[in-house]
Design a protein around this ligand. Structure first.
Ligand code: HGY
Ligand code: MN
Ligand code: MN
Ligand code: MN
Length: 410
């Protein structure tokens, strides 16, 4: 049995237009933005059109089920995210989210006899506009109200305010946890976002593990002063301190491991006048390592460096840390199922780790979980250059469908 690649392509090309920037061709559907809300509405319309029911939890995670599920046995879930990074690609997340819907449509229209339900999932804020993998962290771990109220987005806006604008109840966002055992298995189809499958001539990646994620915002506090009358030696220049701190990051990563990475993707400066010594500089950091202990050591080294540099510049530094997401090994049994499916289709497959974070690493905390990768052209992602051939996408969808049928048949 195969997916309907024309229908999947039509959906992905339509979704691509929601939040698309004309000048770059990139997709900007940051979580809970108007474009994200429009994409959610579009997704729900596709589900209703296919005769499927959609349930939305307090964080905005969407779970899709057939009307007449085959049994009350614990379901197999599959899915990903439809929010994007600013000016990102059209396949990161969207491929897995829409392929999951396509698989549900194929299972429903062919009336495939299954022992347990298959449900499609769209996780909220996977790109961590408010906190790394927000939606799936809410499912795997849950959040209390205080934690949610403290969250701010890339524009400095509060999650609580955004939810109020959307008419969402913040208390409901504290009731999203799914208990271990409630989901029989989880599988996510995703683009590799790296060069390995393309370089090796492979069609399918069977993901072995997912990198651990840490990060958050460091706020360097100095003193705003007149740019003309304040002698250099009398300044507490927050941006100068933050800039010096950023130059320490490559050395910190190298001191932890060859795989450790640290990125500052965003700096906010206040008050932001050309003739004002910056009083405040907020840097947003993302750091990763495949090993849990090394990830913790990396976070500690980054915080220590920020404190030391701030001290030298007469600044204070405070942190708003994301909930760390642990590195996870993926389920051996499901990986074998994926590899067997690829072989049956005659697709070349290989094992490989993921340097990108995924909702799967949260789902792995509550259910046996695995991921299927398809090649990324030139390894590019989080960029308008992100692309994958439709033939590779079709192969990934077919392997996902076969894997879901196998998992839902026992
Ligand atoms: O950042 C990541 O690794 C993922 O794409 N959210
Ligand atoms: Mn993704
Ligand atoms: Mn991403
Ligand atoms: Mn993901």
């Amino acid at each position: 049995m195969r997916i309907d690649i024309d229908r999947l392509r039509h959906d992905l090309e339509t979704l691509r237009t929601i939040g698309r920037a004309a000048e770059t061709g990139g997709v900007s559907r940051t979580s809970f933005s108007p474009a994200d809300a429009e994409a959610r509405r579009w997704y729900v319309e596709r589900c209703v059109e296919a005769g499927l029911d959609v349930e939305v939890d307090g964080l905005g995670n969407m779970v899709v089920r057939a009307r007449d599920e085959p049994s009350t046995a614990k379901p197999v879930w599959t899915g990903s995210h439809i929010d994007s990074v600013p000016d990102g690609g059209f396949l990161d997340g969207a491929l897995g989210a829409i392929a999951a819907l396509e698989c549900l449509r194929r299972l429903t229209e062919e009336k495939v006899p299954l022992a347990r339900p298959v449900r499609a999932v769209v996780f909220a804020d996977e790109e961590g506009n408010y906190s790394h993998l927000l939606g799936s962290t809410g499912i795997a771990k849950g959040f209390d109200r205080a934690r949610l109220e403290a969250m701010t987005g890339r524009d400095g806006d509060r999650l609580a305010d955004r939810f109020a604008e959307l008419g969402w109840d913040l208390d409901a966002a504290t009731r999203t946890k799914v208990e271990p055992g409630e989901v029989h298995a989880f599988v996510e189809l995703h683009i590799e976002q790296g060069p390995n499958l393309e370089a090796g001539g492979f069609d399918i990646g069977v993901v072995t593990s997912i990198v651990g994620l840490g990060g958050g915002k460091a706020r360097f506090q100095g003193r705003a002063d007149h740019a003309g009358t304040t002698p250099m030696a009398k300044r507490a220049d927050a941006l100068l301190g933050a800039a010096e701190f950023l130059t320490t990051l490559p050395g910190l990563a190298a001191s932890i491991s060859d795989d450790a990475v640290v990125t500052c993707g965003l700096i906010g400066v206040e008050p932001g006048g050309a003739n004002v010594v910056p009083g405040t500089a907020t840097v947003t950091l993302d750091f990763r390592d495949p090993d849990r202990d090394r990830l913790r050591a990396l976070g500690e080294a980054v915080e220590r460096s920020a404190r030391e540099v701030a001290g030298r510049h007469g600044l204070t530094v405070t942190w708003e840390l994301d909930t760390p997401v642990a590195p996870v090994p993926l389920d051996e049994g499901i990986r074998e199922t994926i590899a067997a499916a690829a072989e049956r289709f005659g697709y070349r497959h290989t094992d490989l780790p993921s340097g990108a974070g995924h909702d799967s690493q949260n789902m792995a905390l509550i259910a046996p979980t695995a991921m299927i990768f398809v090649p990324s052209k030139d390894g590019r992602s989080h960029s308008p250059a992100e692309d994958t051939s439709w033939a590779d996408i079709e192969r990934g969808g077919n392997v996902l469908l076969a894997t879901l049928i196998a998992l839902a048949s026992d």
